[in-house]
Design a protein around this ligand. Structure first.
Ligand code: ZN
Length: 836
C-alpha cells in the first residue's frame, strides 16, 4: 500500500519551503505522526505476537449483492477450513459489524445449523464434532454487511476503517460517479466477509457479484462467467485459483472504461473513468514493460493469472496492491496537460506491481514484519527508475526516500517492530523509506547477482506462504556463504542510523592525508563497510574500509596533493553527515566523482556560498546538468541575497526558460524570472502562458501578474477552462486577490483540489479572507468545511501545532468580520464548527 500519511509527508517534502516564515519552516519540515514523537514511548507496551493458527483458511466462496439505498451488502459465504495441527471443535471468524442471519455446516448438498455466539466483532462457532489436523470442513454463513453502521454496532475493537465503501451510492452528488470499492489492509475486509483476517492466512477465492447491469465489476483472479438476471441485474463470477491473504481480497463496481493491454498472453487492463480512457495508456502504459522487467530481475515470472488496475473516488489511501487488481486513488487520473509535466503516478504503479511478488506471493507473516512487503515495494521504485530512466533517476529516488526518513522524526523505531501502538503505525517512513534504502545498501554490499539470486531464493522458498526478515537473512546467507547477522541486527532489529562527522588532515610534507570519521549519534555504533576514494593527479584510487568503532582514522599516502577525498564513494550509506570539504573539493566532486548524489551535494554546498566567484560560475554550469532534477536544484539554489549571482543567472535563465527540453525545468526558470519583475520579460511570459504544461503556463501567468495585474486578469477567461496544478493555483491566487464574488465556485474548486501540503497551507489564509466576503450562506459553509477538513488532516502533533493554530486563527478572523458586519448566521456557523 502507499499510505495516505506517507503521501501527506511527501507533499510537504516536495514543495519548496523557503518562502515561508522560518518558524513555520521548521514546523512543516519535521513531520512526526501522533504516536511517533521521539519522546513518546507508549507504543513499547504490548508485545505483538503473530496470530496463532488454530484453523487455516482453504477456500472462500462468496455470493454478494448490493443495496445502494442503505449502503448494505447482502452476502452468503461458504468457507472451507481445516485445523492447522491440533484437533479442534470450534472456529472463530472475524466478522465486523454484521447482521448474522444463519450459520451452518455444509453436509452433502444440504446444511446443518451450528451454534454460535457473536459480539459484533468475532463470530465463535461450535462445530458439530472435533476435527483432526488437516481434516476439512465447510461452514455456510448468511449475513448482511453494514459498513456505515460499524461504529454504531461495533465493539471497542472496531476502528472506523469501513472495508467496503459505497461512493455516491444514491447519485445525490452531482459530478461524482457511483462506485463501490474495498480496502482490506490491514484487517478491514472482515467487514464484508467473515474470515480469519490475519496476514498469516491464505485462501483461494470465488466471488459472485450481482450488480446493476450498467456497471462493470472487478475482483481477484479471472472473470469466469457473466449471467444476465430476470430483474435486469447481472451476476459476474470471479475466480482466484491461487491462495492469497484475506486482506488482499478486492471488489470494485462502477461505470468504468476498461482499456485493455497484455503481457505474454495474460490480460492487463486499466479501469478508469470514461473521461480518462484516451490517456489511460499514457498513465498506466508502462505496466507490461514493468511486469517483464520485474519478472526477469527476480527470475520468477509474474505469478498471477492477470493484472488489472482501477481508480477509486474518495479512496482512503494512496494505492493498494490487491492481488491481480490494484486500486489507485483518483490522483492517478491525470489529463494530457498534466502528463506533459511527467507522470506523477509512475512510481506508485511500479510500487504496487512489485507487491504482487513481495506482499501477495510471499506475505509479511505479521504486521511487525511489514518490511517484507513495504520496504521491497519502496525499493522497487528505485529499481524501475534506474532501469527506465537511468542511474541518476534511480539514485534520485533512493536519495529522496532517505531524506524522507531522515526528516521523519521516527528514527527511534526498529524496522522489524514487535511493539507498536496500533498496527496502522507500522506504515511509516521506517517500514517504507528506511527499509528501501537498507535493501539498496545490501544490494551494493553483496553485489547485484547475489542480491537478486537471494531475493529469488526467498520468494521460491516461501511462495504462497509468509515471510519474516530472518527468512530473508537465511536466503542471503545461503547464496553468499557469509554470516549476515551483523547486518540484520543493526538494520532490521535495531533503530536509528549513523550520523557521521567527516574531517580531513592533509600533510604535504609527509605526503599523506588522514580522514577522521566520528559516529556522533547517541546509542549504538554501526558497523559500516564503505569506500574512500582519493583523487590525485588525475587518478582515482579506491580504498575499501570497515568502520567498527565510534571514531576511526584512515591514512592514505600521496605524491600529488589530492583534489578530493570522497568518503562513501558510491554514496550508498544510510546516514546523516557533516563533511568538511572545501568549495574546490565540491566543484571537483561534481565534475569527477559525478554520481547523482556527488553532484547534488555540490549544488547544496553552492546554495550557501555564493560570495565565491568560483561557486557562482559552477552553479551556472550546473544549470545545464545532464539530469533534469539537478538542473532544477541548481536554479533553485540561486541566492537572491547575492546580487552578483542573480546578475549572472538571469540571462542564463531566460535561455533555459525557452530552450530546456523538460517542461519542469523551463517552469522552474520562469518561476524565478517571475519574481524579478523585469518588464523586458513580458514577451517571454506571454508566449509561455499558452504552453501545454500547466507548470510552465502557471509560472508564466504569475510573471505577467507581477508586472501587470490588469493584463493577467484579462487572460483568465481563456486559461481557466481546464486549468489544474500550478496554473490553477496561480489563477486562484489572482482571483483571491481581486476577490470578485462570481469567482467563488472556481476558487472553491481549486482550493479543494490542492493536495494537503505547503501550497494549500499558503492559500488558506487568502481563501479565508475571501470567505469573509461571501454572501451566500451555503457556499460559505462549504468553504469553511473545506478549510477545517484541511486543518484536520494536519498531524495533531507538536511539530504541526503552528500550522493548525494558524488555520484556526484565520477562521476566527472570518467569524469576527462576519459578526461585525451583522451576519450572525455566518459567524455562528464558524464558531460552532471551530468548537467541535
Ligand atoms: Zn506498498
Amino acid at each position: 500500500m502507499t499510505h495516505e500519511s506517507n503521501h501527506f509527508l511527501m507533499h510537504f517534502m516536495e514543495t519548496p519551503l523557503k518562502k515561508i516564515a522560518a518558524g513555520c519552516l521548521v514546523a512543516l519540515a519535521s513531520y512526526a505522526g501522533p504516536a511517533a514523537a521521539q519522546g513518546d514511548t507508549s507504543w513499547r507496551q504490548e508485545y505483538r505476537a503473530s496470530a496463532p493458527k488454530i484453523n487455516d483458511l482453504v477456500h472462500t466462496k462468496l455470493a454478494v449483492s448490493f443495496d445502494y439505498d442503505k449502503s448494505f451488502m447482502y452476502g452468503k459465504a461458504w468457507i472451507t477450513l481445516e485445523p492447522h495441527f491440533y484437533p479442534t471443535d470450534s472456529l472463530t471468524l472475524d466478522a465486523k459489524g454484521m447482521d448474522i442471519r444463519k450459520v451452518a455446516l455444509v453436509k452433502g448438498s444440504g446444511t446443518e445449523p451450528l451454534k454460535y455466539t457473536y459480539d459484533s466483532s468475532q463470530l465463535t462457532i461450535r462445530l458439530d464434532k472435533t476435527y483432526k489436523g488437516k481434516e476439512r470442513y465447510t461452514v455456510y454463513i448468511d449475513y448482511v454487511s453494514r459498513p456505515n453502521l460499524l461504529k454504531a454496532v461495533g465493539s471497542a475493537a472496531i476502528t472506523d476503517a469501513r472495508g467496503l465503501y459505497f461512493i455516491n451510492p444514491t447519485g445525490a452528488e452531482k459530478d461524482k460517479p457511483t462506485q463501490i470499492w474495498t480496502q482490506g489492509e490491514t484487517e478491514s475486509n472482515s467487514v464484508w466477509f467473515p474470515t480469519i483476517d490475519k496476514p498469516d492466512q491464505k485462501s483461494t477465492e470465488e466471488i459472485e457479484m450481482t450488480v446493476p447491469s450498467k456497471y462493470v465489476t472487478l475482483s481477484n483472479g479471472l472473470l469466469a462467467s457473466q449471467r444476465k438476471n430476470a430483474d435486469g441485474s447481472r451476476t459476474d463470477t470471479w475466480k482466484m485459483d491461487l491462495p492469497h491473504a484475506p486482506y488482499l481480497f478486492f471488489m470494485g463496481v462502477g461505470d468504468y472504461a476498461v482499456v485493455k493491454d497484455s503481457y505474454e498472453g495474460k490480460d492487463v487492463a486499466y479501469y478508469v473513468e470514461k473521461d480518462y480512457a484516451s490517456v489511460a495508456r499514457r498513465i498506466f502504459g508502462y505496466t507490461p514493460e514493468m511486469i517483464a522487467f520485474y519478472s526477469k530481475t527476480l527470475g520468477i515470472d509474474f505469478p498471477w493469472a492477470k493484472y488489472d488496475q482501477i481508480v477509486g473516488r474518495d479512496y482512503v489511501s494512496g494505492a493498494m496492491e490487491n492481488t491481480t487488481c490494484t486500486l489507485h486513488q483518483e490522483s492517478a487520473q491525470q489529463n494530457a496537460r498534466e502528463l506533459t509535466d511527467g507522470n506523477g503516478w509512475e512510481s506508485t504503479i511500479a510500487h504496487e506491481l512489485f507487491h504482487q511478488w513481495f506482499g501477495d506471493l510471499v506475505t509479511c507473516e505479521s504486521w511487525s514484519n511489514l518490511t517484507m512487503n513495504e520496504s521491497f515495494a519502496n525499493f522497487s521504485e528505485t529499481l524501475w527508475a534506474e532501469h527506465k530512466h537511468g542511474k541518476d533517476a534511480g539514485d534520485e529516488q533512493n536519495y529522496t526516500d532517505m531524506q524522507g526518513y531522515l526528516q521523519s522524526g521516527e528514527s527511534n523505531k526498529d524496522l522489524v517492530r514487535f511493539y507498536y501502538h496500533d498496527k496502522e503505525d507500522m506504515f511509516d517512513a521506517v517500514s517504507y523509506n528506511k527499509g528501501g534504502r537498507i535493501l539498496n545498501m545490501l544490494r551494493h554490499y553483496v553485489g547485484d547477482t547475489a542480491f537478486f539470486r537471494a531475493l529469488h531464493l526467498y520468494l521460491v522458498t516461501n511462495k504462497f506462504k509468509t515471510g519474516e526478515a530472518q527468512q530473508l537473512r537465511l536466503a542471503f546467507e545461503e547464496v553468499t556463504g557469509q554470516d549476515l547477522n551483523w547486518y540484520w541486527n543493526q538494520w532490521y532489529y535495531g533503530a536509528g542510523h549513523p550520523q557521521l562527522k567527516i574531517d580531513y588532515a592533509y600533510d604535504d610534507a609527509a605526503g599523506k592525508v588522514t580522514v577522521h570519521i566520528q559516529q556522533t549519534q547517541t546509542g549504538n555504533v554501526f558497523i559500516l563497510p564503505f569506500s574512500i576514494d582519493v583523487y590525485a593527479g588525475g587518478n582515482k584510487t579506491r580504498n575499501q574500509v570497515w568502520m567498527r568503532t565510534r571514531e576511526a582514522s584512515y591514512t592514505f599516502p600521496y605524491t600529488t596533493h589530492p583534489d578530493l577525498v570522497n568518503v562513501d564513494g558510491d554514496k550508498i550509506l544510510l546516514c546523516a553527515k557533516s563533511d568538511s570539504k572545501t568549495a574546490a573539493n565540491y566543484i571537483y566532486q561534481y565534475k569527477h566523482a559525478a554520481g547523482y548524489v556527488d553532484r547534488k551535494e555540490a549544488i547544496e554546498f553552492a546554495s550557501k556560498h555564493q560570495d565565491d566567484a568560483a561557486i557562482r560560475a559552477f552553479l551556472l554550469d550546473a544549470m545545464h546538468d545532464r539530469y533534469k532534477g539537478l538542473r532544477i536544484d541548481a536554479i533553485d539554489a540561486i541566492d537572491f541575497q547575492s546580487a552578483d549571482m542573480v546578475q549572472a543567472a538571469l540571462p542564463e535563465l531566460q535561455k533555459i526558460a525557452v530552450n530546456d527540453k523538460e517542461a519542469l525545468v523551463r517552469s522552474k526558470a520562469l518561476e524565478v524570472l517571475a519574481e524579478v519583475k523585469d518588464p523586458s520579460y513580458l514577451p517571454l511570459f506571454e508566449k509561455a502562458v499558452h504552453d501545454s504544461s500547466y507548470s510552465v503556463a502557471g509560472n508564466a501567468l504569475n510573471g505577467i501578474y507581477n508586472l501587470d495585474s490588469a493584463k493577467a486578469l484579462t487572460l483568465l477567461p481563456g486559461l481557466r477552462g481546464d486549468a489544474k496544478g500550478t496554473l490553477a493555483a496561480t489563477i486562484s491566487k489572482i482571483l483571491l486577490n481581486s476577490a470578485r464574488p462570481e469567482d467563488f465556485p472556481f476558487i472553491l474548486k481549486t482550493y479543494e483540489d490542492l493536495a494537503p501540503g505547503q501550497a494549500k497551507f499558503e492559500a488558506t489564509s487568502k481563501f479565508c479572507q475571501f470567505l469573509a466576503q461571501v454572501k451566500d450562506l451555503d457556499k460559505f459553509k462549504q468553504g469553511v468545511d473545506d478549510v477545517l477538513k484541511f486543518r484536520n488532516v494536519i498531524p495533531d502533533s507538536e511539530n504541526y501545532a503552528f500550522a493548525r493554530n494558524m488555520i484556526s486563527g484565520a477562521l476566527k478572523n472570518v467569524s469576527a468580520k462576519k459578526r461585525a458586519a451583522g451576519e450572525t448566521d455566518f459567524a455562528d456557523y464558524v464558531d460552532h464548527a471551530l468548537s467541535k
